[in-house]
Design a protein around this ligand. Structure first.
Ligand code: GDP
Ligand code: MG
Length: 593
């Protein structure tokens, strides 16, 4: 196919603004899928994604329309996957920006839009749901013009539901989005996604930038320095359709034969072994976990199921990491690394829904970077890995840029929340979208976001605020490991890293929470929070009512006997000390705090 006849574009949209519905209409109008084949919305939605406001990624698809090859790929609408969004955008020359006529722009849309503008994509603004009585096309149109600086006439108004005006989108794609350009150079293809197939192994989703890739070609994945053969190449229709070769400008897939998705990283460059390109494409980044948590089974004998389930999830999720971990009170489990909190939620939810596992997840900690007195630096996956304070020169924490779109009436409450979470205003702290809605830009420690930020934001704004965050930089912070001791025994699973100036408050909270759930013992139990041995908060659980002996012997007990009893009890107490069995249920409530 000639480059002039190819158009590559993606969709940027907030959850529920109509991306899936519009994609269905486009498939229909182009005859890619007949009306009969069309089950409403080609993809299933996961409840969790709906609850969390994450849009589900569409399958890439190629459509033929009036002699043109139109390739639609999608950007994940998930805040933790900014890097993947940027790689999807790098495969395209244009983007559809879909905005619900009854809602207006939202934070996630804005963030992805900025990325698209950064990469010089041609943006085609689309207002959807014009069939609804509540549609306010004028208002949303003004908002879009304000943000994009575009003309009113450039905005296309449609109903994805009725199909009204949907064809104008295709015409605009052809007229406004430039065709791909390619140098007559050695083969380079950009990986923007991948999937794992039980029978065929890892399938790379690629945009061929230069040259071509044929079935049977020996390939090199440049950054990861892996080699394999293209056992099949093809395109999405939307099902995979094999083909002899993929040429410059095209989007399609390569069946790689790899057994592990980490051999085929998003952003890597595929080239030919015979005539390799000199340099990989720009923009590769090795995404690293930003949030860690321990995952344990409520039932000890589920451990091997958990291991297997994580292994399976990992096949389709190169960003997930896991290492075996053992905690005295929780047994065997895994220390897992995630791109962010939503990524953690998605994995946890899939483990329980798809694999039926009953789990205990420890409080998430962020990826602190510890600079040692010897000058070395390391990322800490667990509070327990934090070196002795004498060997630490400084600790740095990940800071995020947070964008919040909200109706103006909630600004006060949101500002308060941002302050409480140690937020720092940016130079463009606040921007009005129109008279009623603003975007707030702040820099915030990730540790403040992982606790309860999202829920509180939703509460404060009655559900109207939307947010997006992105990694900004590492910044020095004053934190320490806080240990929790029960009867003098440190409970590893409850160790956390906290700000020094919040240690007392948080320590008290944990201690009180534990006190409320721990069963009474034969002896008094002390619960303490400590910074390297220095107690910062403590509570006592009184002993169970004793006196069985006193009742048995009444007043008849001789002194000697009394003494013996006392000694025995003392010994039993010594033995029992440090052996407080903490029921797993107790953990659940404490870890949730
Ligand atoms: P997505 O989350 O962006 O993929 O949004 P969906 O395509 O799943 O649409 C969300 C909801 O809006 C669904 O209930 C759709 O039926 C509805 N919807 C989508 N487009 C339109 C439209 O043009 N008009 C109306 N009335 N409803 C629409
Ligand atoms: Mg959808």
């Amino acid at each position: 196919m000639k480059l002039e006849s190819i158009r590559n574009f993606c969709i940027i949209a907030h959850i529920d603004h109509g991306k899936s519905t519009l994609a269905d209409r486009l498939l229909e109008v182009t005859g890619t899928i007949s009306q009969r084949e069309m089950q409403n919305q080609m993809l299933d939605t996961m409840d969790l994604e709906r609850e969390r406001g994450i849009t589900i990624k569409l399958q890439p698809v190629r459509m033929n329309y009036e002699g043109y090859q139109l390739n639609l790929i999608d950007t994940p609408g998930h805040v933790d996957f900014t890097y993947e969004v940027s790689r999807s955008l790098a495969c395209c020359e244009g983007a559809l920006l879909i905005v619900d006529a009854t809602q207006g722009m939202e934070a996630q849309t804005m963030a992805n839009l900025y990325l698209a503008i950064d990469q010089d994509l041609e943006i085609i603004p689309v207002i959807n749901k014009i069939d609804l009585p509540a549609a306010d096309v004028e208002k949303v149109s003004a908002e879009i013009q304000h943000i994009l600086g575009c003309k009113k006439e450039e905005i296309i108004s449609v109903s994805a539901k009725t199909g009204e005006n949907v064809e104008s989108i295709l015409k605009a794609v052809i007229d406004r989005i430039p065709p791909p350009v390619s140098k007559l150079d050695k083969t380079k293809a950009l990986i923007f996604d991948s999937s794992f197939d039980d029978y065929r192994g890892v399938i790379a989703y690629v945009r061929v930038i230069d040259g071509e890739i044929k079935k049977g070609d020996a390939l090199t994945f440049m950054v990861n320095a892996k080699s394999t053969e293209a056992t099949e190449v093809g395109y999405f229709s939307p099902r995979q359709k094999s083909k002899e070769k993929l040429t410059a400008g095209e989007i399609g897939y390569i069946v790689t034969g790899f057994k592990d998705v980490s051999d085929c990283r998003v952003g890597d460059t595929v080239t030919l072994q015979k005539y390799p390109a000199e340099e990989p494409l720009d923009g590769y980044a090795d995404v690293k976990p930003m949030v860690f948590a321990g995952i344990f089974c409520k039932e000890g004998d589920d451990y091997s199921d958990l291991r297997e389930a994580l292994g399976k999830l990992k096949l389709n999720d190169a960003a997930l990491t896991y290492e075996p971990e053992h905690a005295k009170a929780l047994g065997f489990g895994f220390r897992c690394g995630f791109l962010g909190l939503l990524h953690l939620d998605v994995v946890q939810e899939r483990l329980s829904r798809e694999y039926n596992l009953d789990l205990i997840v420890t409080a998430p900690s962020v990826a602190y970077q510890v600079i040692g007195t010897d000058g070395g630096s390391q990322i800490i996956a667990s509070p327990l890995d934090l070196p002795d304070p004498t060997r630490i020169a400084s600790i740095e924490e990940p800071m995020m840029v947070v964008d919040i779109v909200t109706p103006a009436e909630y600004i006060g409450g949101i500002m308060q929340l941002l302050q409480e979470k140690r937020g720092q205003p940016t130079s463009s702290e606040m921007e009005y979208l129109d008279k009623e809605r603003v975007i707030i830009h702040y820099v915030l420690p990730l540790s403040g976001i992982v606790v309860d930020f999202y829920d509180r934001l939703k509460n404060i704004s009655s559900g109207y605020a939307s947010m997006n965050y992105e990694f900004h930089e590492y910044q020095e912070c004053k934190v320490r490991r806080m240990d929790i001791l029960v009867a003098g025994d440190p409970i590893e699973a409850l160790a956390t890293i906290v700000y020094v100036d919040e240690g007392e408050r948080i320590g008290r909270k944990v201690v009180e929470a534990l006190k409320a759930v721990l069963p009474r013992q034969q002896f008094e139990v002390r619960i303490q929070a400590a910074f390297s041995g220095k107690i910062i908060a403590s509570a006592k659980i009184p002993a169970m009512r004793k006196d069985v002996t006193a009742k048995l012997y009444g007043g008849d007990v001789t002194r000697k006997r009394k003494l013996l009893e006392k000694q025995k009890k003392g010994k039993a107490k010594m033995k029992a000390m440090g052996k407080v069995d903490i029921p797993k249920e107790a953990f659940l409530s404490v870890l949730k705090r």
